[in-house]
Structure formats: C-alpha cells, structure tokens
Design a protein around this ligand. Structure first.
Ligand code: ZN
Length: 201
C-alpha cells in the first residue's frame, strides 16, 4: 500500500504480539514522523539483545551472562528451588519480595502434541543438577492449566526420591473477592488446600 520500505516496516511490526494492522501503521508513521532517534535506539537495542541474550546455564532464564544475576548471587538460598514456566513467572514471584531461593525456568510446559517433552524443557539436566547439589525443597510453580498440572505431576514423580520436600503453589481465593463469586474449581481447590491459620498468623 505504501512504499516498499514502509510496507516492510509495517509487516515487521505486525510480528509483535497484540499489534494489528492499524496499530502497526500508527507505530511506523510515529517513528518516521517524530521518533527517528528513539526508533534507531530501539533497533539497536533489539539487535543487541537478539544477538547476545541466551539462556542462563543453571536456571535457563534469559541472560547474556553465562550465570544470571540470581544464580550468581551467593545470598540466595540454594537449598530451595522454584520451578516456573517462563521468565515472566520468575519476575512475578520476584516482585512479591518474599522468595529468596533459586529458580529453574522450563521455558514451556510438557505438551506431547506440540512435540515438547522433558528434553525440550531441560528436565533431565535439572535432575542431574539436583542430584549434584544440596537442594532440599522444590516448589512447583507451573500454571494451573492442564499442561501446567501435568508438568508439575511429572516433575514431582521424577524428583520425589531426590529432595526432602516438594511443594506446589496453593490455589486460593484472589484477595478482595467474595466467596460467592469464586468459580467452582478454584473454590474446590481452596477447600482442599485449606491451612491451619495458626501457621500463618
Ligand atoms: Zn540463572
């Protein structure tokens, strides 16, 4: 519709998640009109990050360093490891500022239909790592979807003889919600996973 370079730019922007044709056009013209220096900065950051960011050798999260900041931090408790699906899940747990252990990032869930098995998620190497180190507790923080539950179950089976304690994130009632408005599945899990409040207060 436009000149070839502009069409290429719009098509490239459409590759981004959540960006439709109209938004792609708006962003392209914004960059060409008023945002050239910021746009060049963006293209430089993009190219640097895409070339240099790889996976942490220990936890598999994204990092341009061979060991990410968390794995390299001697103050983090290496006796406890939280297994998550993505680096975004890791970031969400970090933001709670209540967890001070290490992580393992699967970069996906088990999904035989998509050809994602234990090897694709680095699980055999992680089990070897658990055997070599002094990890006492594994927290399974995979999603509460079918794939997330299957992955948690598989990991629990594989790790049960290797660590003293395997825990799963509790499925509870969102803060500020009325009990009557909670969906059946969440309420059922919340009842099954109920806790003695003397442990938490
Ligand atoms: Zn790491």
């Amino acid at each position: 519709m436009f000149s070839p370079l502009i069409d290429d730019l719009i098509n490239a922007l459409r590759y981004l998640p959540g960006i439709g044709p109209k938004s792609a056009q708006r962003i392209a013209f914004h960059l060409l009109d008023k945002g050239r220096s910021k746009g060049l900065e963006l293209s430089q950051c993009l190219s640097e990050a895409l070339r240099k960011v790889k996976h942490c050798q220990q936890c598999r999260t994204f990092s341009e360093l061979s060991l990410c900041k968390i794995c390299a931090n001697p103050k983090r408790d290496s006796q406890i490891c939280c297994i998550v699906k993505t680096p975004l899940d890791l970031a969400a747990i970090e933001q709670t500022q209540t967890y001070h252990g290490k992580y393992f990032v699967l970069m996906g869930h088990l999904s035989p239909l998509e050809g994602i098995g234990a090897n694709e998620l680095g699980i055999p190497a992680f089990i070897e790592q658990v055997k070599r180190t002094k990890i006492k507790e594994i927290i399974l923080a995979t999603s509460s979807t079918v794939e997330g539950e299957t992955t948690a179950h598989y990991l629990a089976e594989q790790l049960k003889t290797e660590v003293q304690k395997i825990t799963r994130l509790a499925h509870g009632i969102p803060l500020g919600n009325e009990v009557e408005s909670i969906d059946h599945g969440t309420l059922m899990r919340a009842l099954l996973d109920r806790q003695d409040i003397r442990e938490t207060y």
